[in-house]
Design a protein around this ligand. Structure first.
Ligand code: SF4
Length: 247
């Protein structure tokens, strides 16, 4: 009798269990490091970039850190080719920070007009030149902290000037090409330049920061274009799984 009642209650429990909703499978834990940043893959990308662009450097013509700073300010929303054309006569007319700082604004505006946004750029160029004279003894400062105090200068400009003119690796230049290519190559999954720079600083060793930025910019200008990347000509094609690849 006791056995019969045990069997009955077991059967009852079973039927209750079968009626209850099946529990959802546990969610897979998030992978901390996506495949794209595997150190071997990153090393392979760096090797390919070294092979393709061993001499990549900043394409803004300049004779000193100050000229590079001014040209980088002028290069916002403008091509390096156009800035170089303007720079050819500009630095003859304005040879030093003093000449820019005390220029006639309306005249300087016309001199840099072909680079676009010339009113704002005039303010930045004159403001930065004044600050260089008044706060830094006429020389472009050597630290990111100081260079960021100059009007119109953000991290991108700071990294261009410190890296190219002084050889100081304070970070990576993140421009439109670096944003696009580092995403296509799955070296970051961020759109914000500051976050991208942080991501790249984590996976690329400091000695390569300056050259890597130039190489990525060169590749973006020559091969990995925004609209139609020339993947057939790309030596990183076997490493790249970008959604908008053209091969
Ligand atoms: S394969 Fe194409 S999308 Fe990928 S990096 Fe090369 S050019 Fe760019």
């Amino acid at each position: 009798m006791a056995n019969k009642s045990k069997k009955k209650s077991a059967a009852k429990k079973k039927s209750v269990r079968t009626k209850s909703k099946p529990s959802k499978p546990a969610k897979a834990a998030k992978v901390a490091h996506p495949a794209g940043t595997d150190p071997k893959r990153v090393a392979a990308i760096l090797t390919k970039l070294d092979e393709a662009y061993p001499n990549a450097t900043c394409e803004l013509k300049h004779e000193n850190a100050f000229q590079l700073l001014i040209s980088t300010i002028l290069s916002a929303q403008c091509t390096d080719v156009r800035v170089n054309q303007v720079a050819e006569t500009l630095y003859k007319k304005y040879p030093d920070p003093k000449a820019f700082a005390y220029a006639t604004p309306s005249e300087l505006e016309q001199d840099i007009r072909p680079t676009g946004f010339f009113r704002n750029k005039t303010k930045s160029v004159m403001g930065a030149s004044k600050a260089i004279i008044e706060k830094f003894g006429g020389e472009v400062p050597h630290t990111m902290e100081e260079i960021l105090t100059l009007p119109g200068v953000a991290r991108k400009t700071g990294n261009v000037v410190l890296g190219t003119a002084y050889g100081i690796a304070s970070g990576l230049v993140v421009d439109t090409h670096v944003i696009r290519l580092s995403n296509r190559l799955d070296l970051t999954r961020n759109d914000d330049p500051k976050k991208i720079e942080q991501d790249l600083m984590q996976i690329i060793r400091k000695e390569k920061w300056i050259q890597f930025s130039h190489q990525l910019i060169w590749h973006g200008r020559r091969v990995c274009h925004a609209r139609k990347p020339k993947c057939i000509e790309c030596n990183m094609e076997s490493l790249c799984y970008a959604k908008d690849k053209t091969v």
